[in-house]
Design a protein around this ligand. Structure first.
Ligand code: NAD
Length: 289
């Protein structure tokens, strides 16, 4: 049996206590931390994420502005709105719900967002900050949520071998950089990797972000490992949300494992709230109050 079940709800409430104090301090100085959420269309998964982001942010004292465009909105309309938000001193962070409809050039829209307000790390300015280890942008929230979970449960990272399964710009690549920033030796695996099970078994930390149910099975795991499951996959058979890891098979083998739900996903919106708070704090310094 795993010694540690890495519960994201516990890690998240720990973060929220600190954020509530920081938002209160900002309000006392006349700054109301504010997040604008920009959504195109009405996809149920977008609405669901928007609701949980809004709930988390308001719970710590962040104001939320919801901006909704119809499905047929054009790229230029979105870019104009983003430029307006970039220039609006009362808005500290902007969350654009992705993916955008296929008719829109998503990269152009992401690039329009100023890195200072890019609280989910979607612009290349933010990505550069992740790779450089410093800069004006923010780390993608999910990648940082993985690190917050490891930190909350005191999992040693420095000097360890970490395997990240997935190489997307939102999860796999940034989480690899963050682990390396904490002095792990990182192997990135993906859909074309040969001997995935052997590589995963050799690691002390496995981060699963492949986006497929049971892509990490018992043969990928070994005793003493820490397994962070980033996957959020809807299973038509059981009508449940499942991770990438076969939890039932993994839990008796490894040292620590994060469940789905109540794992990484529960920390992601708190990281978002932390980024908005930080952006508001930075604005105070830049405003010279
Ligand atoms: P993606 O589809 O963009 O990338 C998946 C990556 O996994 C790709 O690099 C691909 O090469 C690799 N991959 C796919 N199948 C594989 C396999 N069988 N073996 C090895 N590698 C494989 O997905 P994403 O946006 O990075 O998301 C990954 C998962 O994380 C999804 O389940 C998504 O729903 C979830 N997610 C969770 C959160 C959260 O807050 N917890 C946020 C974003 C994404």
């Amino acid at each position: 049996m795993a010694e540690v079940i890495m519960n994201g709800v516990n890690a998240s409430s720990n973060m929220c206590k600190d954020l509530t104090n920081r938002c209160e301090a900002l309000r006392e100085k006349g700054v109301v931390p504010c997040l604008a959420i920009l959504r195109v269309g009405s996809k149920p998964e977008d609405i669901s994420y928007e609701r949980s982001a809004e709930k988390r942010c308001t719970s710590v004292g962040i104001e939320v502005k919801n901006i909704v465009f119809p499905d047929n909105a054009c790229e230029q309309e979105l870019i104009s709105k983003i430029c307006q938000l970039n220039a609006d001193d009362t808005v500290h962070g902007v969350l654009i719900l992705l993916p955008l409809p296929p008719s829109i050039n998503e990269r152009s829209v992401c690039e329009a967002l100023s890195p200072e307000k890019d609280v989910d790390g979607i612009s290349s300015g933010s990505m550069a900050s992740v790779y450089l280890g410093s800069g004006p942008g923010y780390t993608p929230c999910t990648a940082q949520a993985v690190m917050e979970l490891l930190k909350y449960y005191n999992i040693p990272i420095a000097g360890k071998h970490a395997v990240v399964v997935g190489r997307s710009l939102v999860v796999g690549r940034p989480v690899s950089m963050l682990l390396m920033g904490e002095n792990a030796s990182v192997t990135i695996c993906h859909s074309k990797t040969e001997n995935l099970a052997d590589i995963c078994r050799s690691a002390q930390i496995v981060v699963a972000a492949a986006g497929h149910i049971n892509s990490i099975t018992a043969d990928c795991l070994s005793p003493g490992q820490t397994v962070v499951d980033v996957g959020i996959n809807f299973d038509d058979k059981t009508q449940k949300t499942l991770g990438d890891v076969d939890f039932e098979a993994a839990e008796p083998i490894v040292y620590a494992i994060s469940p789905v739900p109540r794992g990484v996903g529960s920390v992601t919106t708190s990281v978002l709230a932390a980024h908005v708070t930080e952006a508001a704090e930075r604005s105070l310094i830049q405003g010279g109050f």
